[in-house]
Design a binder for this molecule. Structure first.
Ligand code: S3P
Length: 431
């Protein structure tokens, strides 16, 4: 599917965004492992969270939507999963594969996790290493999926102390979930903070030790069933935050968005660039902070971004690059080499696309140099690289491009934001 996008006049109104992908995966997994029935409100129909449901069903967990569209998960308890009949297909979802590996490494039965072409190219040694240190039997194919997990030898997994070599919430969560099945205590040491949904949702103990964060989980930790409400996805909201900022005359409201500080660094960076973003109605939804975001368009200037802030805007770098291309002056993004191992090499993809639209952008090993030239992009044909965040970032660039933009293979937006193109069209329509 090719999406053809005219230049936007301005964006106005209230934006509807899908539920948070990270929290959805975790709410489904933890509900499946809980001792009884849980209900999840606002569970999305995005492809990635649906991959998690497919995998859990393959392990014998019964899941359905009730009349009020609430997801009902019949938790089987941490020891209640059943051996799968076939390889478990994680689709395009790295979070499904890496988190489920932690859970499956602790089972008394074997399993295989596989995924689509992109997922089979993503690095999995980063989870195999700590799982093996815990006694897990994990086989990869040249460092990649399919991942084969076999029961740990006599005595099962053992607790470990693991210092994260990459700031990855997927690796952290994989180890913490395996820790549910390990003898004794598992400690994850996090030198650079990344999203903390797993520890919040499991209610785990954490401590600051010498400038690093330690997270503890004890083997056998039981999970209470309950009712979860998944907040709106900040990473989905990010596309509209940038679109409204760069498109003159825009004013939008995005309600009920997850505002976990380990996710929202884009707001700080955009404000530093001159953006007009207000947060209202801040409150808590379960273990997560949420609120409403009001954005008015504003001229931007370049900025330097790097270091500890990067993991807190890791999924927003492609759309930040679009903002930078439409700002005045230079933006330098560093320490973002993790973008090269996402659904596609995002540093390369965004460079190729923005350059095709006339931007001055250079790829660096761990980042980007962007010479902003105000909103002067040119409409042309760009590719999604089959990556939802690249497709949507290009949709945002199209808002201010001179002439129409065509995004080839745009359907992949459904991985995290099924209604994205309709929503953009609705908000950006000339009136
Ligand atoms: C995620 C963690 C991040 C992020 C991904 C979702 C999660 O990946 O990019 O979209 O839900 O834990 P990494 O852990 O690989 O940084």
């Amino acid at each position: 599917m090719t999406q053809i996008l005219p230049t936007a006049v301005s964006l106005h109104g209230s934006v509807s965004i899908p539920a948070d992908k990270s929290i959805s995966h975790r709410s489904a997994m933890l509900s499946a492992l809980a001792d009884g029935t849980s209900r999840i409100r606002n569970f999305p129909r995005s492809a990635d969270p649906l991959s998690t449901l497919r995998v859990l069903r393959g392990l014998g967990v019964s899941i359905h939507r009730d009349n009020d569209d609430v997801l009902v998960v019949e938790g089987v308890g941490i020891d209640g999963l059943r051996p799968p009949d076939a390889p478990l297909d994680c689709g395009n979802s790295g979070t499904t594969m890496r988190l489920m590996s932690g859970i499956l490494a602790g089972q008394p039965f074997g399993s295989v996790l596989t995924g689509d072409e992109s997922l089979q190219m993503r690095p999995m040694k980063r989870i195999a290493d700590p799982l093996r240190a815990m006694g897990g039997r994990v086989t990869l194919v040249d460092g990649h999926a399919p991942i084969r997990l076999r029961p740990a030898p006599e005595g099962g997994l053992k607790g470990t102390k693991y210092r994260l070599p990459v700031a990855s919430a997927q690796v952290k969560s994989c180890v913490l979930l395996a820790g549910l099945y390990a003898r004794g205590r598992t400690t994850v040491i996090e030198p650079t903070r990344c999203r903390d949904h797993t520890e919040r949702m499991l209610g785990l103990e954490t401590h600051e030790v010498g400038g690093e964060r330690e997270i503890y989980v004890d083997g056998g930790h039981r999970i209470e069933p309950g009712t979860w409400t998944v907040p709106g996805d900040f990473s989905g909201a990010a596309f509209f935050i940038v679109a409204a900022t760069i498109t003159p005359g825009s004013e939008i409201l995005i309600e009920n968005v997850g505002l976990n500080p380990s996710r929202t660094a884009l707001i700080d960076v955009l404000r530093e660039m001159g953006a007009d973003i207000r947060i209202e109605n801040e409150r808590a939804e379960g273990s997560e902070p949420i609120g409403d975001i009001l954005v008015s368009s504003a001229p931007l200037h370049g900025v330097e971004v790097g270091g500890r802030v990067i993991p807190n805007l890791i999924d927003e770098v492609p759309v930040l690059a679009v903002a930078a291309a439409c700002a005045e002056g230079q933006t330098v993004i560093r320490d973002a080499e993790e973008l090269r191992v996402k659904e596609t090499d995002r540093l390369h993809a965004i460079t190729e696309n923005l350059r095709a639209m006339g931007a001055e952008i250079d790829e660096r090993p761990d980042g980007l140099d962007i010479e902003g030239n105000g909103p002067n992009l040119l409409g042309t044909t760009v590719r999604s690289f089959d990556d939802h965040r690249i497709a949507m970032a290009m949709g945002v660039a199209a808002c201010v491009a001179h002439g129409p933009t065509q995004v080839v293979d745009a359907k992949c937006a459904r991985v995290s934001f099924p209604g994205f193109w309709d929503e953009l069209d609705r908000l950006a329509k000339p009136r």
